[in-house]
Design a protein around this ligand. Sequence first.
Ligand SMILES: [Fe+2]
Length: 288
Amino acid sequence: MKITRRTFIKRTLASAAAFIGLNAFGYSYARYMEPNMLAIRRHEIEHGKIPRHFHNFKVLQFSDTHVGFHYELDDLERLVEKINAEKADLILFTGDLVDEPHTYSFPPRLIQILKRLEANQGKYWIYGNHDHGGYGTEKIRDVMEQSGFQLLQNEHTLIENGSASFTLAGVDDIMLGQPDLEQTLENVPTDSFTLLMVHEPDVALEYQHYPVDVQLSGHSHGGQVQVPFFGYLVTPPFAEHFVEGHYPLVNGFNLYVSRGIGTTRLPYRFMCRPEFSVFRLKSTQSTK
Ligand SMILES: [Fe+2]
């Protein structure tokens, strides 16, 4: 694999940082403290296609809980309380519920906790690579279904408020599913504000050319470990271009990437706090 200069510098710095900085405190901080320092990232999405009935509508996205890998049900319970305190209108989960479906025991309490999440316009989810991986496809689908979440797997639905609506769409996981954006968007009216959930952010490079206004993704974990002045070190495939935050792309297409909640592979977070995102929809129609 070709190593770019940027990658080389990053890896060298990472090694140096690990060598110099990973003393007892640094280790304890990255291992036990920062993974529990939940942040809430807030965005406003202003768009002419958002109906005025949806002005100030609150969409909450959480992602990548990776339950079972240094993220226990007590942690999930605390997360659910914080999410519910936001009183969101719509709750979206963008994949990777448990870390390893083939080894996880799936206690009934998992469903009891997820069931407690409340949003007056519903709860929706999409598959991530860890959900399909390890024969998790059916198991995760059952858990989410019993928890009151509706799956969007290459399909869309209308979120309605009186006579107004917008489109919520979701594609299957890019890496281990069978994503089909054409099918997902079939029969979506061209004037409908369209919000798309996709686990892996980098497909935005292709999806930005489709009639989608906003793409919400996770998967990157923000790299989990970041280095001062240089940012993230390593991100997974399909999260190499877009790692965290807001990316305005072509034709008014906006991508938002969440750093997610949990960890995978290594139980560390450094300068990369776990987060969920809250989006306030702003209709420019409301001021007319
Ligand atoms: Fe993940």
